[in-house]
Ligand binder design. Structure first.
Ligand code: APR
Length: 236
């Protein structure tokens, strides 16, 4: 990519593909089923209203499962970038796992929420939560039994979009890693980057749906191509 050494501020968008090699399933694999469920049966507010036990059990299983997974070399390389990059950096992740943080990254924004948070719909407090929600535990703040997964479902508004757009306006480079480009508004960030005239790079296993928007695409497994790119950034 041209003029990498002119780059100061970076926005990176990550998706399920960066955690795939840690053993966490991506969403849009063959068959379109996500852990044997249709997405609309478990990941919408309507599903939660219709069958809260199904949804809570599903997310309890996911919450338990991610705690057994480990960051892979792609997460570790991004954490290294975070430690060593003296310019601006924001890692915007669509992932609800905590593998960026467990690898040591700090400048991380979870636009789709976090598995390890519970959100109280009575008092609007978010609490760190590692155990199950199926037995309707009390909110640590208000004692109501109204906790739900702090995960942004289809039809709900992603978090902190204003901060994301602000970082993009100040960025010189936008990089997308391991995302299919199927879900907006995340999938639209590359178009925003192009309108702002900043450099764009895609790192993914296969061309994403928005691939044509990127100035450069590198294909391969995240655990290989992310560390390679970060070496280039840190040793221009
Ligand atoms: N390395 C790099 N990329 C990979 C790898 C890998 N090892 N394995 C898979 N991929 C790519 C796939 O080719 C695909 O393009 O990662 C992408 C994963 O796409 P999705 O499963 O659609 O995941 P994502 O883009 O994160 O989904 C976006 O959809 O269901 C919602 O809220 C959920 O945040 C999620 C959003």
């Amino acid at each position: 990519m041209a003029a990498m050494n002119a780059i100061r501020n970076i926005v990176i968008l990550t998706g399920a593909g960066i955690s795939a090699e840690s053993g966490i399933d991506t969403f849009r694999s063959e068959g379109g089923l996500w852990e044997q469920h249709r997405v609309e049966d478990v990941a919408t507010p309507e599903a939660f209203a219709r069958d809260p036990d199904l949804v809570l059990r599903f997310y309890d299983m996911r919450r338990e499962s991610i705690q057994t997974k480990l960051p892979n070399p792609a997460h570790e390389a991004l954490a290294r970038l975070d430690r060593q990059w003296t310019g601006g950096l924001l890692i915007v992740t669509q992932n609800v796992d905590d593998l960026h943080e467990r690898a040591g990254a700090r400048r991380v924004l979870h636009m789709h929420g976090e598995h390890l948070n519970a959100w109280c719909t009575a008092c609007d407090t978010r609490s760190r939560w590692t155990g199950p929600l199926i037995d309707r535990p009390e909110c640590p703040a208000c004692r109501s039994r109204a906790l739900r997964p702090d995960v942004v479902w289809f039809g709900e508004m992603p978090y902190r979009m204003d901060e994301i757009y602000r970082a993009l306006r100040e960025a010189d480079l936008f990089v997308s890693i391991g995302t299919s480009g199927a879900v907006y508004p995340a999938a639209g960030l590359v178009q925003g980057a192009r309108e702002l005239g900043i450099a764009t790079l895609e790192l993914n296993l296969e061309p994403s749906q928005g691939s044509h928007w990127f100035q450069e695409t590198r294909l391969g497994r995240a655990s290989a191509i992310v560390p390679e790119w970060i070496d280039e950034m840190l040793n221009p």
